[in-house]
Design a protein around this ligand. Structure first.
Ligand SMILES: NC(=O)c1ccc[n+]([C@@H]2O[C@H](COP(=O)([O-])OP(=O)(O)OC[C@H]3O[C@@H](n4cnc5c(N)ncnc54)[C@H](OP(=O)(O)O)[C@@H]3O)[C@@H](O)[C@H]2O)c1
Length: 437
């Protein structure tokens, strides 16, 4: 059998510790599958004395991840520290520059420096693998890069943040407010103490920027993504969605349009009978619409030590086998720049919830303003104050829920601005985009 692949791992937290335990458990099967052994020969973390529940005795300890990355004693550097800056960036650069393959689970690093790192890997002729960086255990990077190498992707969309999906699931099933579900998510360890990065959609955007690059050959560029989070979603929206045959999910969507690649993250209404609508709690899912195979949906755990380590290990196995593909599926010189899609031009159906003042003519006025913008309605739900639950009758207004046929965001915004000026509604209208599926 060929010489074992010598691996150095920087970061021994949730993922790093799970990886080392899994390699120990799968040692023989891995050697059989890869035609050579996989040996972790060196490790690095901040605190040497910490009990991590894994046996590190046979591994050389490094205090400095960059020194480990450059070490002659390893063939492959695995970065599991996290963060878009140093030491992760410096260590990955050092490993690639010294001709070593790199495996990482670091979406933040790739979203910010992915193209430059891919160019460096290409120049040095080494692999840069990152299956775990998007949707942890779901093999979506390989599916796009290799499985669908011959298919033209039209659209890719996914539930890429378990925290948001958990919150929306609880809000829907238990009719709870956003703030209460967020508190529970924090208590259960699904949400950070500062949840902004997750609930305002930025984590989803980082992952989407990587998926869009793989699907459409664009340069990874998080700044080209329109981002809106879930903090404005109310239980009333989820109840109305349910009544109309929809569910609300935070989706990251990248789609080919005649005007270019549109990338967006926002709460989205999806039909209840679609595959993605079935995905509940912290589970992740990605649906791909590609020529000849649409839709293809992959569902699985989007976080957790073992789930993430499983993808990291599949990347390590590829290096052991000597497989190498361009990190984003094509040479970096062929990746194209992408501009932020102006959402005003977005076309699709819309859910609109208004609090109409309970006075004659309000509904007619709203209908007129929509008609002026050529917006046609698929459904309209208006409750008389006597039928509406107390919670939704506020200060002499009643909810009116509208589902539009495909229109533009510009038309919706203009119509709602006019409705606001007419003073026939109270409060701000709620608008949720509908994704066809
Ligand atoms: N956890 C998940 O479910 C998940 C899912 C998908 C992707 N990921 C990605 O996987 C990566 C690792 O995540 P994780 O959850 O395992 O993180 P974690 O539990 O916080 O572990 C981070 C590890 O990095 C070490 N570290 C941090 N700064 C360091 C430094 N300056 N020098 C040396 N070591 C340093 C820490 O050392 P100490 O232990 O000594 O403090 C720790 O062992 C991140 O990029 C994350 O985005 C995680």
């Amino acid at each position: 059998m060929a010489q074992a692949l010598r691996v150095g791992v920087a970061g021994l937290g949730t993922v790093g510790a799970a990886l080392i335990a899994q390699i120990a458990r799968q040692r023989e099967a891995l050697a059989a599958r890869c035609g050579r052994g996989i040996e972790i020969v060196a490790v690095c973390a901040r605190s040497k004395g910490k009990d991590r529940g894994i046996d590190l005795k046979k591994m050389k300890w490094f205090d400095d991840p960059v020194a480990l990355a450059k070490s002659d004693g390893i063939d492959l550097f695995v970065e599991l520290m996290g963060g878009s800056g140093n030491p992760a960036k410096a260590a990955v650069e050092a490993a690639l520059s010294s001709g070593k393959a790199v495996v990482t689970a670091n979406k933040a690093l790739l979203a910010k420096h992915g193209v430059a790192l891919a160019a460096l890997a290409e120049k040095e002729g080494v692999a840069l693998n990152y299956e775990a960086a998007v949707a942890a255990a779901i093999p979506i990077v390989r599916t796009l890069r290799e499985g669908l190498a011959g298919n033209a992707v039209q659209r890719i969309y996914g539930i890429l943040n378990g925290t948001c999906n958990y919150i929306l699931t609880r809000m829907e099933q238990e009719k709870l407010a956003f703030a209460d579900c967020l508190k529970d998510a924090q208590r259960l360890g699904y949400a950070e103490a500062d949840p902004t990065f997750d609930v305002e959609g930025h984590d989803t955007a980082q992952k989407l920027s990587i998926l869009a690059s793989l699907a459409f050959g664009t340069k990874v560029d998080e700044s080209a993504i329109y981002v809106e989070g879930i903090s404005s979603i109310a239980p009333a929206d989820l109840a109305a969605a349910d009544e109309l045959g929809y569910r609300v999910k935070l989706l990251g969507v990248a789609v080919k349009t005649p005007k270019g690649i549109e990338q967006r993250v926002h709460p989205t209404m999806v039909r209840k009978d679609s595959a993605i609508a079935q995905v509940m709690n912290v589970t992740n899912a990605v649906t791909i619409d590609a020529e000849g195979i649409n839709p293809l949906t992959l569902i699985g755990p989007g976080a957790g030590g073992m789930a993430t380590a499983s993808s990291v290990l599949s990347d390590i196995a590829d290096v052991a086998r000597g497989l190498r593909v361009p990190p984003f599926g094509r040479p970096t010189a062929r990746l194209t720049s992408v501009r932020k899609a102006p959402m005003q031009r977005h076309e699709g159906g819309y859910y609109i919830r208004l609090q109409a003042r309970d006075k004659p003519g309000s509904a007619a006025r709203i209908a007129t303003r929509l008609a002026e913008q050529r917006i046609s309605l698929e459904s309209i739900v208006q409750r008389h104050p006597k039928e509406a639950p107390d919670s939704v009758v506020k200060g002499g207004s009643v909810p009116v829920i509208l589902i539009t046929y495909a229109t533009t965001e510009d038309a919706v915004r203009k119509a709602l601005a006019a409705v606001g000026r007419d003073r026939v509604i109270s409060g701000r209208p709620q608008v949720i985009r509908i994704e066809k599926n």
